[in-house]
Ligand binder design. Structure first.
Ligand code: AMP
Ligand code: ZN
Length: 113
């Protein structure tokens, strides 16, 4: 399967990885929208939130746990941050492998466009 985030997960495409374990990877977004912009992904190919089910959802709890740890380690947990999942066309999803954006380091606006 031709999936850029599967290739990052298996190491065949390089990325600036800041965390990796058996189930997930966190790396820096190539086109950052904030001073800190990370992407947290499951290693398993889950194409979007629509494909989350009782078999694969354990990894999502793990992803949120690791994001909390990274926020503490990198010192942005006090100021706060935003975790975003874009799903499908109306959600603005451009890469068809489930990912969570972690945005930090500036005051983010709400609501989104
Ligand atoms: P989304 O629009 O929610 O699907 O987000 C996809 C994100 O992936 C965008 O923020 C891109 O900048 C980012 N991206 C695409 N390719 C790469 C890559 N090879 N390495 C790091 N980030 C990437
Ligand atoms: Zn994939």
């Amino acid at each position: 399967m031709d999936c850029i985030f599967c290739s990052i997960a298996d190491g065949s495409i390089p990325a600036d990885k800041i965390y990796e374990d058996d189930n997930m990877v966190v790396f820096k977004d190539l086109n950052p929208q904030a001073p800190i912009h990370l992407l947290a992904i499951p290693k398993a190919h889950i194409s979007s939130n629509n494909e989350v089910n009782s078999e694969n959802s354990f990894v999502i709890g793990k992803i949120f746990e690791v994001i909390a740890k990274i926020a503490k380690e990198q010192g942005f947990y006090e100021d706060g941050y935003r975790i975003v999942n874009n799903c499908g066309v109306h959600g603005g999803q451009t890469v068809g492998h489930l990912h969570y954006h972690v945005l930090a380091g500036r005051n983010l606006q709400w609501p989104p466009g």
